[in-house]
Design a protein around this ligand. Structure first.
Ligand SMILES: *Cc1c(COP(=O)(O)O)cnc(C)c1O
Length: 421
């Protein structure tokens, strides 16, 4: 569910007409709904009610500080994967003891920054990383709380680029090596082993892969405890998918996911952490774009719009489907026609949809990409020297620009010309 609904034929973001935002900030732009962000956070929080838990929003999905602050005020912790994300979370007011640090390639600089600024735990992905964290912690006279990310070798049944839980993936340590790695960690005086971490992939549309992974985590918890490790926190990652195609069967609900967690792990008495990203932000955001031209080709019509693959790369990168809707609904009874919806970038990959049925559109019309809140703005680039598009946050009948569109001068003047030129 989201808060982007039509009223009298016009698409609204909560109580604000999308047309009003477009008039104020120009197109293309991203717009997020506060109520949807809060609602999705609460669904996870309530799904784990009765269990000691923290929902750590995976901020790589959408990392604007206004989004982070909205979620942090609702009670969220943060899952970060880089120094930039760590500093951004801190800048948004998230305390260090609610930030977990994930990622396969943490540098010593990143580890030092997090240890100095405060960190809930590092989710460690390799033995060399154990050594690196230990060394930095000792140099600071600190003890770093850690979990080890285990790779349970389950098939997440998702797009290959976002599957992470098979043994062929770069993530975590093989579960078969866990005993040895935990023994290694326990011997390092700069580390305190507190738990286990697992994350098997993104956009999962079934619960079964989670069940298989969490059952392995349950067995591993007991095994490691029997070897003397005080396993008291389980970080279960993110990955629950969202319905990109509204007519299809919906993926499992957070409440069903929460029940699965309780069923598979509840008996262990551990604190539970989860790291949802996409499900919190995905349907809380739209990308709004304007039709520049309608071009009739030999055998098809193209909608050429002012948004492009550099603004929303998911269709080009993951063959992702986004529902695309007109901001002003067509009159009842108007017949749809198929369009190829494309951006202006000089690549055939700059195609958002092929032969998508839409009511007839003309130059100047606004369209909205649904489910664009996660892995949208954060993956944008300035390819083709197109400035990053603005982000807007709506809250009831108010809206605010939370990242403005840079001017062309700002973008161009970041280059510096060597003196020999
Ligand atoms: C990407 C990622 C997440 C979030 O995944 P979603 O599919 O957006 O829920 C959580 N944890 C880790 C370690 C990740 O890499």
């Amino acid at each position: 569910m989201d808060h982007f609904l039509y009223r009298n034929g016009t698409l609204f973001a909560e109580d604000v007409p999308v047309t009003e935002i477009a008039a104020a900030v120009g197109t293309p732009f991203y717009v997020y709904s506060t109520a949807t962000l809060q609602r999705h956070f609460r669904l996870f929080d309530e799904a784990l009610e009765g269990t000691d838990h923290l929902v750590c929003y995976a901020m790589k999905a959408a990392s604007n500080q206004a989004i982070l602050k909205t979620l942090a005020q609702a009670g969220a912790g943060m899952d970060v994967v880089s120094m930039g994300e760590y500093l951004r979370a801190k800048a948004a007011g998230v305390p260090g003891d609610k930030i977990v640090f994930s990622g396969v390639g943490k540098t010593s600089d990143e580890i030092r920054t997090a240890l100095e600024g405060g960190i809930r735990q590092f989710n460690v992905e390799s033995e060399p990383e154990l050594e690196a964290i230990n060394a930095v912690a000792l140099s600071l006279g600190k003890v770093a709380p850690i979990t080890v990310r285990v790779n349970p070798d389950v098939d997440a049944k998702t797009h290959a680029k976002i599957a992470t839980g098979k043994s062929e993936n770069k993530f975590g340590i093989p579960i078969s090596r866990a005993s040895a790695v935990y023994a290694h960690a326990a011997n390092l005086p700069g580390l305190e082993v507190i738990g286990i971490d697992v994350h098997i992939g993104s956009q999962l549309t079934e619960l079964e892969p989670f069940r298989l992974a969490y059952e392995k985590v349950a067995d591993l918890t007991q095994h490691l405890r029997s070897e003397g490790h005080n396993i008291r926190r389980l970080d279960l990652g993110g990955g629950l998918g969202i319905p990109y195609v509204r007519s299809n069967d919906a993926p499992p609900l957070p409440v069903e996911y929460g029940q699965l967690i309780k069923d598979t792990l509840g008996h262990l008495g551990c604190e539970i952490e989860i790291e949802p990203g996409r499900l919190i932000a995905g349907n809380a955001g739209l990308m709004v774009s304007k039709v520049i031209y309608v071009k009739s080709g030999e055998d098809r019509d193209f909608l050429i719009i002012d948004g492009a693959m550099n603004d929303l790369i998911r269709p080009a990168m993951y063959e992702a489907h986004h529902d695309i809707v007109p901001v002003t609904e067509a009159e009842a009874g108007v017949e749809s026609q198929p369009y190829d919806i494309v951006g202006p970038v000089c690549e055939s990959g700059d195609t958002f949809a092929k032969q998508r049925n839409m009511a007839p559109l003309v130059a100047g019309d606004l369209i909205a990409f649904r489910s664009a809140g996660a892995y949208g703005a954060v993956m944008a680039s300035e390819y083709n020297s197109r400035p990053l598009i603005p982000e807007v946050l709506v809250n009831g009948d108010q809206f605010a620009v939370i990242r403005r569109r840079p001017t062309f001068d700002e973008m161009i003047n970041r280059d510096t010309i060597p003196e020999w030129l």
